[in-house]
Design a protein around this ligand. Sequence first.
Ligand SMILES: *[C@@H]1O[C@H](CO)[C@@H](O)[C@H](O)[C@H]1NC(C)=O
Ligand SMILES: *[C@@H]1O[C@H](CO)[C@@H](O)[C@H](O)[C@H]1NC(C)=O
Ligand SMILES: *[C@@H]1O[C@H](CO)[C@@H](O)[C@H](O)[C@H]1NC(C)=O
Ligand SMILES: *[C@@H]1O[C@H](CO)[C@@H](O)[C@H](O)[C@H]1NC(C)=O
Ligand SMILES: *[C@@H]1O[C@H](CO)[C@@H](O)[C@H](O)[C@H]1NC(C)=O
Ligand SMILES: *[C@@H]1O[C@H](CO)[C@@H](O)[C@H](O)[C@H]1NC(C)=O
Length: 938
Amino acid sequence: MRIFTMFLLCFASQMLVYDWPLATFAISSSSDTDKLALLALKEKLTNGVSDSLPSWNESLHFCEWQGITLLILVHVDLHGEIPSQVGRLKQLEVLNLTDNKLQGEIPTELTNCTNMKKIVLEKNQLTGKVPTWFGSMMQLSYLILNGNNLVGTIPSSLENVSSLEVITLARNHLEGNIPYSLGKLSNLVFLSLCLNNLSGEIPHSIYNLSNLKYFGLGINKLFGSLPSNMNLAFPNIEIFLVGNNQLSGSFPSSISNLTTLKEFEIANNSFNGQIPLTLGRLTKLKRFNIAMNNFGIGGAFDLDFLSSLTNCTQLSTLLISQNRFVGKLLDLIGNFSTHLNSLQMQFNQIYGVIPERIGELINLTYLNIGNNYLEGTIPYSIGKLKNLGGLYLKSNKLYGNIPTSIANLTILSELYLNENKLEGSIPLSLIYCTRLEKVSFSDNKLSGDIPNQKFIHLKHLIFLHLDNNSFTGPIPSEFGKLMQLSRLSLDSNKFSGEIPKNLASCLSLTELRLGRNFLHGSIPSFLGSLRSLEILDISNNSFSSTIPFELEKLRFLKTLNLSFNNLHGEVPVGGIFSNVTAISLTGNKNLCGGIPQLKLPACSIKPKRLPSSPSLQNENLRVTYGDLHEATNGYSSSNLLGAGSFGSVYIGSLPNFRRPIAIKVLNLETRGAAKSFIAECKSLGKMKHRNLVKILTCCSSVDYKGEDFKAIVFEFMPNMSLEKMLHDNEGSGSHNLNLTQRIDIALDVAHALDYLHNDIEQAVVHCDVKPSNVLLDDDIVAHLGDFGLARLINGSSNHSSNDQITSSTIKGTIGYVPPGRYGTGVPVSPQGDIYSFGILLLEMLTGKRPADNMFCENLSLHKFCKMKIPEGILEIVDSRLLIPFAEDRTGIVENKIRNCLVMFARIGVACSQEFPAHRMLIKDVIVKLNEIKSKFPC
Ligand SMILES: *[C@@H]1O[C@H](CO)[C@@H](O)[C@H](O)[C@H]1NC(C)=O
Ligand SMILES: *[C@@H]1O[C@H](CO)[C@@H](O)[C@H](O)[C@H]1NC(C)=O
Ligand SMILES: *[C@@H]1O[C@H](CO)[C@@H](O)[C@H](O)[C@H]1NC(C)=O
Ligand SMILES: *[C@@H]1O[C@H](CO)[C@@H](O)[C@H](O)[C@H]1NC(C)=O
Ligand SMILES: *[C@@H]1O[C@H](CO)[C@@H](O)[C@H](O)[C@H]1NC(C)=O
Ligand SMILES: *[C@@H]1O[C@H](CO)[C@@H](O)[C@H](O)[C@H]1NC(C)=O
């Protein structure tokens, strides 16, 4: 705070600190000390030449020292109220406290300053009313109170202060009428009441103020009309501002006689009628603003007044927009003053072509002739307007190419050519308009690819609207360099390809509209990191992916339109997805989940997020041979997932189904195939468990050749089988399952077996538990599949060794079939599954198949493991399991891992005991596996 003030010294009631450029004075409450300090200040100010301030001596009270007639404390961050002590400064003539933070009311004590000539309190935070006692300050010539929070009415007592020359009450909250009595202030030169809530008519008395140069009543609620004989009243008027009121009536044609006039603004009222053709007399006119009225009578002569304005050689601003002017834009436009800086004629009914002579208005910085009926091409001469910052030609009927001369508009920042009939491509010369910030070419007939280099230099771009044209080719990846870009509208064009990755760097994007194009690929998850996005529209394209959950993170997103694509999978529920009215998903057939209001089918019960398995709700799904033929592209080899003696498995998709399906087409020539089909289809609908592969439907039909056709439709498991994960070393390492995953898979399969054996009314023996029948989804959750050999067991689920089988012996898979059963007629029992499961555990542990060459009659996988427990455990385990611990030199971790591996091996061995009665119960297996899991990392 920098304060130099005499009067503050006079208050002298508290400790004050002054920060004067020359020195800092601390002045105590004693007025003697004040006086000493002030004398010291005088010394500094006068450089010791004592004569300069003769009255500043000890004999007078310092408040009466000469020179305290002027108090100027401008923009020094003064807070608080204006001190009442100001009234003690009887000699004060000027109080200028402009631009501080003064609060409270204007103190009454100010009336004691009877010599006051200028009260300047503008730009503070003063409250209360404009005091009526100003009417008693008979010397006052300046009353400047604009930019405060004053309320109430304008006191009519001001009429008494005939010395008033300047009244500025603008930018307050004053209301009521303008007092008629103000008309008595015949010395008034400057009257500004703008930006208040004043209402009523402008009192006619005001027009008697013949000295008035500045008349500002803009932005109030005044109504009524302007007098026609204004010239008599305001012979000296220079600035006349009554815009933004509710005034009406005709144009005050006598204005043409006010030859002193420089600025005339009556915009945003309800004036009507014609503009006189006599304005040419206003040779000092700089600013003429009649926009936003109802001028124009619809005759072809509406615009004739423009030719008289060509006489106004100082004219720099001509605003006639938003009226009802009808007429041609003529060549006379070239006759306007070259001072013309801003020309706005938008929203009228101006027709004809844009005259070539427009190029002569070389000082134009702002040209708006949008929203008219202009035709023809954009003149090449537009390139001469080198000072143009804004060019608005939108909403006309312009055709032809965008002129290449646009390259000369090197400081152009806004270019609106939208809603015309422009053709051809965007001229490459646009690259020279490097200051462009807002560009719209929307709604034209523009075409062609958009080469990268076209926009790369336009680093200041904030808006780029190219929507509703016929642009082709990919979305330029260089858009990613436009770091300021906030709105990008490319919708309704013929853009193709994918969303370029580089867009990820457009972190300022608030609107991204890509709808109605030929885009494809996936919705990139990086869109979720465009933090400012409010509107995202990629509708009506061919995107075929899941919806990235990252979109949930967009806190400001208000509208998300993903409709009419080929999106599938789970709809997120967080963020914008929780607001049913903000999102549009229609026209995507394979979506599931989301909030209930969306009424989408549920996804699989799997709680995790990544969509993988289809919902099983569709139990009544019926498919024909034709459906499956179509679903698999005619059983094409590219859809083939695998084949064996039983038949072939294909991947496919059904139009009314949300997720990919796996279709097992049975080879009916294989013995038992038909039986296995029946066995498997019988289990359809009876078994539901998260660790069982879901059979969606069975199809028994005839093919196009009339041959029998049988197929089973499953949910598709993207990670394929445990078999592949363990043994398919293609892309080495990528398939590696870590120990935790293997323990989880073991638990999954154990749960599946527990369910089959113990939890359903009629127990089921799978009879073919092996890694290739354990399928893994995206989250590596295991699902036991292939019930082709499954057998139902009558009676209780208490599976003692007495359990009966319902059919004769059946084949399993060598290595996994319990001893003695393979081909020998040993009854099918749940313990058989346990055996196979035990082998599966050992296979997961060792990475070795039971049919591995190293095993023979005397050394089975079971025996091999059994003899290495516990000491030799690290010799037999799959070496990939030890990789994460290779760095451990302490041996502590190794020891813990070893314990886990031993426990795991023991379960495998116990399950694969030769005699069924010796095998572990599946419930105990689950307990043990959970124990390992809870200890892990052991
Ligand atoms: C104003 O002057 C009157 C007498 O003229 C006096 O009584 C009053 O105290 C003065 N007020 C201030 C604040 O100086
Ligand atoms: C108030 O003081 C400032 C700073 O000296 C000056 O620029 C301004 O013109 C003054 N206001 C009036 C109305 O005299
Ligand atoms: C302008 O002033 C002249 C006299 O100086 C007068 O004859 C004429 O009527 C006035 N025009 C208007 C429109 O008031
Ligand atoms: C144009 O201005 C001149 C003065 O510069 C004036 O004499 C003349 O009458 C004006 N013409 C029109 C048409 O107003
Ligand atoms: C054009 O504008 C510039 C800057 O506003 C000004 O200096 C120059 O005098 C103007 N030229 C004309 C012919 O008005
Ligand atoms: C563009 O500028 C160049 C050089 O300043 C000039 O030669 C050319 O005539 C200009 N074009 C237009 C249309 O003004």
